[in-house]
Structure formats: structure tokens, C-alpha cells
Write a new protein. Structure first.
Ligand SMILES: N[C@@H](CCC(=O)N[C@@H](CS)C(=O)NCC(=O)O)C(=O)O
Length: 207
């Protein structure tokens, strides 16, 4: 039994739900963060001093926060060489793109998401949206180039790296924006939406 704290509207919580589903883990989720609160409670802060979601508790009371680290941990512990590649080079290519999702792609696109989805129309800052879209486009071109040579992020097989990036692209595609065609990203993303493990994640709206 894996416990998860986090609201399903969070991209970072969705990564964990998807990973658990890919691995066939039984997940017990408690809504936390946003309108559900809980994350500033002393007990929660004792487990995640950031006051953020997601937080997990695994067998033996082992707790972990930071979404991509949770994805790595679950795959390393439960995937038995599948989603967490045995081959060291393949594993670190996966790691590389996971860190890129957190440190480059997500920060670039975040303002567009916050403005277009979480900010009332009358209060939106168009300049921030334009800046965010302009920062994201070259990164998506990089991703499209990567996927022109590989079926999945880390090579010819689905791995842990496809989960954070799939969640990020899911959010990006749901924004009311004009987008250039990205044939390789589109082909890859379509294959992700067909996975049973992605149900309840990639078929959900964003908010
Ligand atoms: N780097 C962290 C970021 C976590 C994060 O920013 N979580 C957001 C939701 S996506 C959060 O907890 N926001 C406050 C809240 O929901 O109350 C991770 O990947 O886990």
C-alpha cells in the first residue's frame, strides 16, 4: 500500500498517480494542497517541510517528496528493470530529460498555464503569457527533435522519463493557444494517451 498526499489538479501529483498505475501499485490518496489545505499543518510540514504536494509514504513508513524523485524511487523499487532502465546510459538519459522537465520546460511554460487557466481573464498579464510561450517554443522544438530519432524519451521503450514529460505536454496541449505542428511530439503523446496506466491522468482536464 502506497500513500499519497496531493490534489489531482497538480501536475506533480499526477506524475505519481500515473507511475503507481503503471506499476500496478495500490494507492491510497488523500487530497491535500490548494483548496484542501493540510500542507501547512505542523504534522504535514514535519514530513515535507516545503509545504507542497506530492508527498508519499511507502512500506515501513518511508516518506519522500519531490515528484520526479518519487517517480524514480517507485520505478527503481518496483519496476524491476522496466521503467527504470538497467542499462546505465539509458537510465541517465532518462534522468537527464526528467531534470530538464523540472528545470527548463516547466519553468518556461508555467506562467502561460497560471495566466490562462488560473487567472481571471480581466486580470491576465498578456506580456507574461507571450514571454512564457516564447520561452517554451524552442524547448518543444528540442523535444520534437529528440522524438524524431526515438520512439520514447530515453530510447525505443517507455521509461520513467516519459511520465513527467507526458504530464507537462498534456498541460501544454490543454492551453488555449495556437501551436505549431510538432509531428514527433504528437505521435509520442498519442501513444502515451493509449496506455492503461495513464487513465485518469492524461484524459483529465486541467485546472
Ligand atoms: N518540485 C516540487 C514542486 C511541488 C509543487 O510546486 N507542488 C505544488 C502543486 S503542483 C504545490 O504543492 N502547491 C501548493 C499547494 O498545492 O497548496 C515537485 O516536483 O514535487
Amino acid at each position: 500500500m502506497l500513500r499519497l498526499w496531493g490534489r489531482t489538479s497538480s501536475i506533480n501529483v499526477r506524475k505519481v498517480i500515473w507511475t503507481a498505475q503503471e506499476l500496478g501499485l495500490t494507492l491510497q490518496r488523500t487530497d491535500a494542497g490548494g483548496q484542501f489545505g493540510l500542507v501547512r499543518e505542523p504534522e504535514y510540514l514535519g514530513h515535507n517541510p516545503n509545504g507542497l504536494v506530492p508527498l508519499i509514504e511507502d512500506e515501513g513508513g518511508f516518506r519522500l517528496w519531490e515528484s520526479n524523485v518519487i517517480v524514480r524511487y517507485l520505478c527503481a523499487r518496483y519496476a524491476h528493470g522496466g521503467l527504470y532502465p538497467d542499462d546505465l546510459e539509458a537510465r541517465f538519459i532518462a534522468e537527464q530529460w526528467m531534470d530538464w522537465q523540472q528545470t527548463a520546460l516547466n519553468p518556461a511554460g508555467r506562467d502561460a498555464f497560471i495566466q490562462l487557466i488560473r487567472t481571471p481573464a480581466a486580470e491576465r498579464d498578456e506580456a507574461r503569457i507571450i514571454h512564457s510561450v516564447n520561452a517554451t517554443m524552442p524547448l518543444l522544438a528540442m523535444l520534437d527533435a529528440r522524438l524524431s530519432a526515438h520512439a520514447y524519451i530515453a530510447g525505443d521503450k517507455f521509461t520513467m522519463a516519459d511520465i513527467p514529460l507526458g504530464c507537462e505536454i498534456h498541460r501544454w496541449l490543454a492551453l488555449p493557444l495556437q501551436r505549431p505542428v510538432m509531428p514527433n511530439v504528437d505521435r509520442w503523446y498519442q501513444s502515451l494517451t493509449e496506455r492503461t496506466g495513464a487513465r485518469g491522468v492524461l484524459d483529465q482536464g486541467i485546472s
